[in-house]
Structure formats: structure tokens, C-alpha cells
Design a protein around this ligand. Structure first.
Ligand code: UD1
Ligand code: CA
Length: 434
């Protein structure tokens, strides 16, 4: 079905009280992006007319989503007078004849998984799945292979509660069905809310055909609690990692690795156990060793870790980064930084060796300053570089030196060390001789 013929409405106005969080539910993140982001992203693949219904923390939701997407309409729900998923539908005005309605708390949805709604032509299509533990979901009552109605857990009687067929929370309606039945919803139920799900029974009573579409929990799982959030995170992580392993990335103990949806790999890469790779990161032909954290950085033809931390805006190429090295907003090309260092706001060139314990002192408590290190520089262990500082090519810095702001010229040795004093037999004077 053509993109132009489908409208999508995403319900994202609820509080999400069961999350027990000051943050609106749809803004909680899965693999680095708000749940709502994943749903809009999938929706964009099948429709050009996407509306998101907002109310709770609407300014924040609109701000965050507008920063990520251009063509999304926002509709404000009058949640005070018309609470509930049916209330959320009161002000929507879809452009097209076929309208998909998605709950905003289903971050695992994909365009492929929604295909079933597009292939079937019925006035109402609703998604169902069978669960061993149906708690939290609306139960779908089916008689003679026909959907009769949906009853919410809080309104269900004992027999209905035992039903394991549940409403997955995605529907396809014709525009006429929405226009006709949404105004007729009532809030005469346990939660005193307007339930979108009541449209099913009303349409059925008028003789419309309700087509049930069997879907899988892996794509249609709803997130109501923080436990659901972590369960969905696991499914999303599995999906992301499987995709990259199929693309040629080697992962050791992948269940211990966290990779956000925005990360990309090229060529053969190895990611060892316990790594966390976030944001807009690109890793090309590199080896990321155990326990390393990489955020919004580019790593090419390098090895990083174990236990290294690349913070945002690091560019690492042909470089060795060893254990306990932290890099931030720096570019390292052809460098060795093997142990225990902080390299911030720096630019370090080919053939340079950064000794253990080297610190770029990039912050004076007010502003940040740059450290520039040229080619073939030997930085001795335990060096402090007080930025702004430039070390030209072919410089040697003696271990233990504090290099003040300024420039060290090519060919020189920089050495700042107090002269060694030894005081004869002081040990015995202090501790006594045994
Ligand atoms: C809903 C369904 C339930 C289904 C389940 C699937 C109803 C009445 N129940 O229940 O049958 O099994 O989804 O996951 O629809 N929302 C608004 N405005 C509101 C209230 C909610 O926009 O006033 C949005 C929420 O932000 C959320 C979505 O609607 O994204 C679903 O709301 P939620 O409260 O999670 O519904 P469930 O109780 O899970
Ligand atoms: Ca829900």
C-alpha cells in the first residue's frame, strides 16, 4: 500500500504512572533514544501523515521529537476532560482513509511488523497476541472466531481475566470509523477513562467486520513499568547486535555488550565483553577490548582498552589506546597512549608516544584550552601539559615534567624536575634500626 494513503496516529499523551518516574513514559529511552523516537521512525517508513497526540509534559515531548523529526504533527489531548486512549483520539484529524493507531509505548515496533495492517482491507483491524501471563493487557473476547469486545484488566470479571488473548495496542481503522465512534465513547468504567478499545464492540454491534491480526510480542510488547523497559531493552539490544554480527562484527559474550541504535561498524571489528558503545559512534576495522566505553566518537584501524573511555567527539585513527585512558574531544592519529592518561581537547599527531600518567590540564576552572602535540613526540610518564600548550614535532619531554602554557620547539628536550636530594641514613633516624 502506498505511503500517501495511510495516516498514522501515535498516542503519547499518557502519564505512565506505572513507570513511577517524573519523566513522561514515552521519553524513557531504549538503546539510547526515547521510546517514541523508535515508533515514529518505523512509522515514517509507511506513512507521510504522522500525528503524535501529546498532553503530559507536552512541551518536552514536542521539543525532543521536533529536534529529531521534521514532518510530524502534534495534536494536544484535553486529558483533563477526556482522559484515556479514546480521549486521546478526540482532536485528531487524519488526512487519509486508512488510519493506523499506535500506542506510544511500543518501542519494538518495525515497519515490517506493521505490514499485516496494510495488507488486510477491513473497517477495523486489531492486533492480538497470546501470552502465558496476560497481566496488564486488555483481554480480547473472541466467540465463533469473531472478536466481540476488549475488556481492560481493571474492568474484567474472573472469566475474562483468564483469557490469554490480549490486545497488542495497534489498530487500523477507516477514517469513517474514527469519525463515527470516537464521539460516542463513554467513560463509564473502572478508570473513568475514555477507552479507544470500546470502539471494537460498537463497530461490531453495527455489523462491521473486525479482523484480528495475530502479532508477536517481540515487536508489539508494551512498556508500562521499568521491568517492561528493561525487557524491551534486551530485545532491542539483541536485534542491534545480531544485525552487526551478521554484518561481520565479532562479539565476545554479546549478552554483556550494550550498543545503541545510532552506532555503526565498518569492516571487521572485534568488540569484547562488557563494552558500552553509544551515540553517533563509527567503528571501522578496530578492536574494542573488554570494559571500554565509547560515546559519540570515531575509531578507525585502532585498538582501544581494556577499560578505556572515549568521550564525545574523539577521533582515533591508527592508534593504540590502552587501559585507564580517557580521551575527550580529541583527535589522535598514529599515536600510542598505553596507560593511565587523560587526553582532553587535544590534537596529537603520528608517531607520538604518550607515557603512562600523562594529563592534559585543559580546564582552569573557567574555560577549556587546547593541547597540540606534533609528530614523533616522546611524552615521558607522569607529564602534565598545562593548556593552551603546543609541542612541536620531534620533541622529548622528560618523565615527571610539568609543561606550562606556551610552545616547546622542535628538536628540544623539555624537562622540569627538581634536583634529587638524598639524606644519608634518614630512614634509620626516623624508624630506628632493627
Ligand atoms: C492499552 C489498551 C489495552 C492494551 C494495551 C497494549 C486501552 C484502554 N487499553 O492499555 O487494551 O492491551 O494498551 O499495550 O487503550 N495515552 C494517551 N492519553 C491518555 C492515556 C494514554 O495518549 O489519556 C497513550 C499513552 O501515552 C500510551 C498509550 O496511550 O502510549 C497506551 O496507554 P497505556 O496507559 O499504556 O494503556 P494500557 O493500560 O497499556
Ligand atoms: Ca501500555
Amino acid at each position: 500500500m502506498n505511503k500517501e494513503n495511510i495516516s498514522i496516529i501515535i498516542l503519547a499523551a499518557g502519564k505512565g504512572s506505572r513507570m513511577k518516574s517524573p519523566k513522561a513514559k514515552v521519553l524513557h529511552t531504549i538503546s539510547g533514544k526515547p521510546m517514541l523516537y523508535h515508533i515514529i521512525k518505523a512509522s515514517q517508513e509507511i506513512s507521510n501523515d504522522i500525528s503524535v497526540v501529546v498532553a503530559h509534559q507536552k512541551e518536552l515531548v514536542i521539543e525532543q521529537m521536533s529536534a529529531l523529526f521534521e514532518d510530524v504533527n502534534f495534536v494536544v489531548q484535553d486529558a483533563e476532560n477526556f482522559p484515556g486512549t479514546g480521549g486521546a483520539m478526540k482532536n485528531v484529524a487524519p488526512k487519509n482513509k486508512k488510519v493506523l493507531v499506535l500506542n506510544g509505548d511500543m518501542p519494538l515496533i518495525t515497519a515490517d511488523a506493521l505490514q499485516g495492517f496494510l495488507d488486510t482491507d477491513a473497517d477495523v483491524i486489531m492486533s492480538i497476541f497470546d501470552l502465558k501471563d496476560p497481566s496488564g493487557y486488555g483481554r480480547v473476547i473472541i466467540k465463533d472466531e469473531q472478536v466481540q469486545y476488549i475488556v481492560e484488566q481493571k474492568d474484567a470479571n474472573e472469566v475474562e481475566l483468564k483469557t490469554t488473548t490480549v490486545n497488542a495496542g495497534i489498530y487500523s481503522f477507516s477514517k469513517e470509523v474514527i469519525e463515527k465512534y470516537i464521539p460516542l465513547l463513554s467513560n463509564d468504567n473502572a478508570q473513568e477513562e475514555y477507552y479507544l478499545t470500546d470502539v471494537i464492540a460498537m463497530a461490531k454491534a453495527d455489523g462491521l467486520k473486525i479482523a484480528p491480526l495475530l502479532v508477536d510480542e517481540e515487536h508489539f510488547k508494551g512498556v508500562n513499568s521499568k521491568k517492561d523497559l528493561s525487557d524491551s531493552e534486551e530485545i532491542m539490544q539483541e536485534r542491534i547486535k545480531t544485525r552487526w554480527m551478521n554484518a561481520g562484527v565479532i562479539m565476545q559474550l554479546p549478552s554483556t555488550i550494550y550498543i545503541e541504535s545510532t552506532v555503526a561498524f565498518e569492516g571487521e571489528c572485534i568488540v569484547e565483553n562488557g563494552c558500552r558503545i553509544c551515540g553517533e559512534t563509527l567503528i571501522k576495522e578496530s578492536h574494542i577490548k573488554s570494559g571500554s566505553v565509547i560515546e559519540d566518537s570515531i575509531v578507525k584501524n585502532s585498538d582501544v582498552g581494556p577499560l578505556a573511555h572515549l568521550r564525545p567527539a574523539s577521533y582515533i585513527e591508527d592508534t593504540h589506546i590502552g587501559n585507564f585512558v580517557e580521551v575527550k574531544k580529541s583527535s589522535l592519529k598514529g599515536v600510542k597512549a598505553g596507560h593511565l592518561s587523560y587526553l582532553g581537547d587535544s590534537q596529537i599527531d603520528e608517531g607520538t608516544n604518550i607515557g603512562a600518567g600523562t594529563i592534559t590540564c585543559n580546564y582552569d576552572g573557567v574555560k577549556k584550552y587546547k593541547t597540540i602535540i606534533g609528530k614523533n613526540v616522546f611524552v615521558g610518564s607522569d607529564t602534565q601539559l598545562i593548556a593552551p600548550v603546543t609541542i612541536e614535532n620531534d620533541v622529548m619531554i622528560a618523565a615527571g615534567s610539568t609543561i606550562p602554557s606556551g610552545t616547546i620547539t622542535s628538536g628540544n628536550l623539555a624537562l622540569s624536575r627538581t634536583k634529587l636530594r638524598t639524606i644519608k641514613d634518614y630512614f634509620y633516624k626516623h624508624f630506628g634500626k632493627k
